[in-house]
Design a protein around this ligand. Structure first.
Ligand code: 5RP
Length: 220
């Protein structure tokens, strides 16, 4: 069975009536959102906070009640995907381009469940290029500054044009040999003028749900 579906659906077992839920973005949390839609139809009383326009659209189609990020101070539980997870529960996120809103939502969540298939649980971060959201102004200069941290930044494109995030920014996919110190790199990246946010999530995941090829699920 698909590891993404297994993990996505399993995480929903932690959802309780009355919760405000952060709704992540991507093809793994898609399964969580689908399951939540089914449960809402059966009477589950939750409110969702979407992390992207695509998740907002999906949640609305499924009839999941939403609440705006601006109107709340805290989220009970967030369920989201990731591109890589290491044994310290440090993550690379942003493959789907939603890292800024995802990090904002995670930062006010009491608890956060990350749903992945087993290919994404890795000993060291960095094989997946690290997404970094940057302002459009002077992106060429920002690229040079980011590269001094030991990576090769590539401007993400879509249909031969720069990919633009829900927030109107660009994304660099940054190729590092290996990321040894995610805490330090997270801080150093965010200190570069022009960088809005980066896809390293440190101290933002409480539980990792891993869907496996043999149809079992590990809860870490
Ligand atoms: C989007 C993300 C996604 O959660 C991440 O890219 C994983 O996506 P998928 O579940 O489709 O593999 O961070 O910005």
């Amino acid at each position: 069975m698909d590891g993404k579906k297994l993990a996505g659906e399993k995480a929903v077992e932690s959802v309780k009536d009355g919760m405000i839920l952060g709704l992540g973005t991507g093809s793994t949390v898609y399964w969580s959102i689908l399951k939540l839609g089914e449960l809402v139809k059966k009477g589950l009383d939750i409110k969702g906070v979407p992390t992207s326009k695509s998740t907002e659209k999906l949640a609305k189609e499924l009839g999941i009640p939403l609440v705006s990020f601006s109107s709340i101070n805290q989220i009970d539980l967030t369920i989201d995907g990731a591109d890589e997870v290491n044994p310290n529960f440090e993550l690379i996120k942003g493959g789907g381009g939603a890292l800024l809103r995802e990090k904002m939502v995670a930062s006010i969540s009491k608890s956060s469940i990350i749903v992945i298939d087993e290919t994404k649980y890795v000993p060291n971060l960095g094989e997946f290029p690290l997404p970094v959201e940057i302002v459009q102004f002077g992106w060429e200069v920002t690229s040079k500054q980011i590269s001094t941290l030991g990576c090769k930044p590539e401007l993400r494109t879509k249909n031969n044009s720069p990919f633009v995030t829900d927030n109107g920014n660009y994304i660099f996919d940054c190729y590092f040999e290996k990321i040894d110190d995610a805490v330090k790199l997270n801080t150093r990246l965010n200190m570069i003028p022009g960088v809005v946010e980066n896809g390293l999530f440190v101290h933002l995941a409480d539980t990792i749900v891993v869907g496996k090829r043999d149809s079992s699920v590990d809860i870490l």
